[in-house]
Write a protein that binds this ligand. Structure first.
Ligand code: IMP
Ligand code: MG
Length: 333
């Protein structure tokens, strides 16, 4: 039995989707719950030759026995969610907490229409900030108020804690990344909620004493979309030279790219209480590692990089993603 939280260590887009899909098919958790802000996140992964971008339904749907939950702390866009339930073929096992805040068209309009949000902060224009404002103002409408969501309504905290009490494993998929936290990030260049493991627990209703592991996801280089400080950012030409270009899964925006930031990662691990590190996109940084599944087969310079990550952050690297496919993984847990 274990309760595992997956959290992003940089500014989102660290590869949480791939790691969550991998953990789902490998560890077979009975319950997989999505935490985090809402459909501003796009978790991308490839599975059985298909590419998925999941914004609401947990990526763990690829393990067909898992109950798939969306915690009450998560914002729900009904159209996006219903479409993803269909894509995942998971209508019989998705539960949306009755208390999830619903993103309404006016929230999306407000996100797009505000120069502060769309330009100064550079939001994803998905209505998340304004919907969280409505929630704190105590005037939001919740999932329970929408007929289209009735078939899926659930008590996520009740289900997750029942599972834990019955000795079953639970996987919590956090979204965004540490640098985007409303409290711990570079305010005001942040998202509309905290994005650390503690809040992911609250999002789904798990008390902190019940957590077994926090797996912090770090990309082998760093990226950021939207405005705000990015100390290790590289010039666009250098990014192109290294072949590290990326575009946003939700907005299509060009991501800003930078070197791996050891100091930032150390702080991120500390505030998340990370017990393990997952390093992703290693094949983008070191193309020769594509598909390798054993650490001792990695070239020496790559092993040195991974050893430095573990040493400087003070947390073991237990998962190493060496390519886009689920099976492209070194698992030393
Ligand atoms: P919002 O979350 O749409 O309000 O956007 C606030 C900031 O967080 C912007 O800089 C976005 O680009 C960033 N952001 C929000 N969600 C994600 C994500 O999942 N990945 C990367 N950046 C994100
Ligand atoms: Mg993303």
């Amino acid at each position: 039995m274990s309760v595992t939280i997956v959290a992003g260590g940089f500014w989102g887009d660290e590869g949480k989707g791939k790691v969550c899909a991998y953990l789902a098919v490998t560890d077979r958790p009975a319950v997989i719950a999505r935490a985090g802000v809402g459909p501003n996140a796009g978790h991308t992964f490839e599975f059985e030759g298909r590419k998925y971008i999941m914004r609401q339904v947990p990526c763990g749907f690829v393990y067909p026995q898992a109950r798939l939950l969306i915690g009450p702390g998560v914002l729900v866009n009904p159209d996006v969610t219903l479409r993803e339930i269909e894509v995942a073929g998971a209508a019989d096992r998705v539960g949306i907490d009755a208390k999830c805040t619903v993103i309404e068209p006016e929230h999306i309009e407000a996100d797009k229409g505000s120069a502060h949000l769309s330009q100064t902060v550079g939001t994803t224009a998905t209505g998340c900030g304004p919907a969280n404002e409505a929630r704190t103002a105590r005037r939001a409408r919740l999932a329970r108020d929408f007929p289209a969501l009735q078939p899926y309504l659930a008590d996520v905290a009740g289900e997750v804690n029942d599972a834990i009490n019955h000795g079953l494993s639970v996987l919590v998929e956090g979204t965004q990344g540490f640098g985007l936290s409303l409290y711990h990030g570079d305010y005001p260049f942040v998202t509309s909620k905290d994005t650390t493991a503690s809040t992911f627990c609250a999002d789904v209703g798990i008390g902190p004493t019940r957590v077994t592991d926090v797996i912090l996801i770090l990309k082998a280089y760093a990226s950021r979309v939207g405005q705000g400080p990015f100390p290790t950012e590289l010039p666009i030409e250098e990014v192109a030279r290294r072949g590290w270009e990326e575009f946003g899964a939700v907005t299509g925006r060009r991501r800003r790219i930078g070197e791996f930031d050891f100091a930032f990662a150390r702080r991120s691990a500390m505030l998340n209480g990370a017990t393990q590190l997952a390093i992703t996109n290693l094949d983008r940084r070191f193309p020769e590692v594509l598909g390798i599944t054993r650490r001792d087969e990695l070239p020496a310079e790559v092993q040195i990089f991974l050893a430095r990550v573990a040493e400087e952050i003070g947390v073991p690297v237990t998962l190493i993603s060496t390519g886009p496919k689920i099976e492209h993984m070194i698992d030393e847990r």
